[in-house]
Design a protein around this ligand. Structure first.
Ligand SMILES: *Cc1c(COP(=O)(O)O)cnc(C)c1O
Length: 455
């Protein structure tokens, strides 16, 4: 098989997979998982035919995927892949560009510039901010926090690049009690010890309580969030950020999925967020681009470009070259996926996608409440947090749904007790999928109740 035939085979197999997305089990069967032992081969001494490799990947691999690119996956906040973005992904994979600089790839640099401009426009953030397209919110938050520390130290007269951290003035960090684990990871990797991080207390919805915020000063990085992972709640930015800025603190916002609410009629939830210094958001979640695609957005474009600079004698580039705005040096032009998604949705389409998911989440919340579940959050966004009357029942229902293959969502511990967490974030999820999820939950809940009471 020559290269063209092989690639055509790959396209065909990909198409077949996508076509049957809605029919496949949402979580793979035990058999499909057991069959993964087929991959457990020793490293071949001699190369094997490419078509065999592709066939193995598809025949053993495809059945063991989670159908997160389908309509009935409600776990975490995953999002599917919009057709325009998935199509762009196929083409740019043929290009195989190293999108570090304009010289490496003129088209990539051009499109990532356009994508940056559109993202700032769609999200209503300061238009001269810099946008670095990184692999994940984790990496992009790490980037933003590195910039924050470097800048605060510079304002205190300390040059981090030259002097490093030894003997540097202490930079304090204040985070929400419910900060996402990846923000904590970024802080840990950057060397902010847990014992030096102050936790801001939250209210019953998981929002930072502005009246209980620890004191802030010009040595403080404050991390807020748009979209708490369980409740979808937003910190009260308009109350907190002006005060933080007056105190001289750096404000970073983790808006991995929630920031996109700003591009819809729910924008009021994000009021004041535009006053922050830096923001992180994912495209691979709510914007429904393929993995892996996220953004560091920094109000002070120069600060991001200086902190991430990787110019060398053999490779110097413009300040907005993506290798100078992200952790990566060699990188793929993932911003093109953002460009394709935004171009196919338009301002109107983004708003409708977000609003539809929020309406579907509210419908799920109402339906579950009517069916006797306890709804634990005020469903304002795309997240529904709920549980059964007893913890045993909660765990039984969750396991049964996951094993059914008909839908999938995950669990959480909320205020000390097990809970279930539904997130609506796939463009493929139609109202009929939402009705099917409700029916499934009602059925499984009554079946597990019967089993429990007949014991
Ligand atoms: C998913 C998520 C992250 C981490 O994003 P990755 O792209 O998976 O690294 C951070 N914060 C919040 C609120 C999230 O939902």
């Amino acid at each position: 098989m020559n290269e063209m035939e092989l690639l055509a085979q790959a396209d065909l197999r990909g198409l077949r997979y996508t076509e049957t997305n809605g029919q496949r089990r949402v979580f793979p069967s035990d058999d499909a998982i057991a069959a993964l032992v087929a991959f457990d081969e020793p490293l071949p001494e001699q190369g094997l035919p490419a078509e065999d490799t592709l066939a193995l990947l598809d025949e053993v691999g495809s059945p063991a995927t989670t159908a997160s690119n389908g309509p009935r996956y409600f776990g975490f906040v995953i999002g599917a892949a919009l057709p325009a973005a998935a199509a762009a992904e196929r083409l740019i994979s043929a290009w195989d560009q190293c999108a570090s600089t304009f010289d490496n790839s003129p088209v990539s640099a051009t499109l990532e510039r356009v994508a940056s401009r559109w993202v700032l426009d769609a999200l209503g953030l300061p238009r001269d901010s810099a946008v670095g397209f990184g692999t994940s919110a984790t990496a992009c938050t790490l980037t933003a926090l590195a910039v924050a520390r470097r800048e605060l130290l510079a304002r205190l007269g300390w040059n981090l690049d030259d002097q490093g951290l030894n003997g540097a003035p202490e930079v304090r960090v204040v985070i929400s009690e419910l900060t996402h684990i990846t923000v904590k990871k970024a802080l840990r990797v950057l060397g902010f010890g847990k014992n030096h991080i102050l936790l801001a207390p939250v209210d019953g919805q998981g929002r930072v309580d502005a009246t209980k915020l620890p004191s802030l000063d010009e040595r403080t990085i404050l991390c807020l969030q748009a979209g708490e992972v369980n409740t979808g709640a937003f910190d009260p930015f308009a109350l907190i950020i002006p005060h933080a800025k007056k105190a001289g603190a750096w404000v970073h916002v983790d808006g991995a999925f929630g920031l996109w609410a700003r591009a819809s009629s729910l924008a009021d939830l994000t009021q004041g967020i535009e006053l922050a210094d830096s923001w992180t958001t994912d495209a691979h979640k709510w914007l429904n681009t393929p993995y892996d695609c996220a953004m560091t957005i920094c109000r002070d474009a120069g600060a991001l470009a200086e902190a991430m600079n990787s110019d060398a004698a053999y490779s110097s580039a413009s300040v907005d070259a993506q290798k100078n705005l992200t952790l990566e040096f060699s990188r793929r032009p993932r911003g093109i996926l953002v460009w394709a998604a935004l171009r196919s949705l338009g301002r109107d389409g983004i708003a409708k996608l977000v609003e539809r998911h929020c309406a579907q989440a509210r419908h799920i919340g109402d339906g579950l409440a009517r069916a006797g579940f306890d709804i634990l959050n005020t469903v304002t966004l795309n997240q529904v947090l709920f549980r059964c009357t007893t913890d045993t029942q909660t765990l039984a229902v969750r396991t049964a749904v996951q094993q059914s293959g008909e839908a999938w969502f995950g669990g959480a511990i909320w205020q000390g007790r097990p809970a279930m967490r539904i997130s609506v974030s796939s463009w493929r999820t139609q109202d009929s999928d939402v009705e099917a999820l409700l029916a499934l939950l009602v059925r499984i809940n009554s079946e597990t109740t019967e089993v429990a009471s007949s014991r």
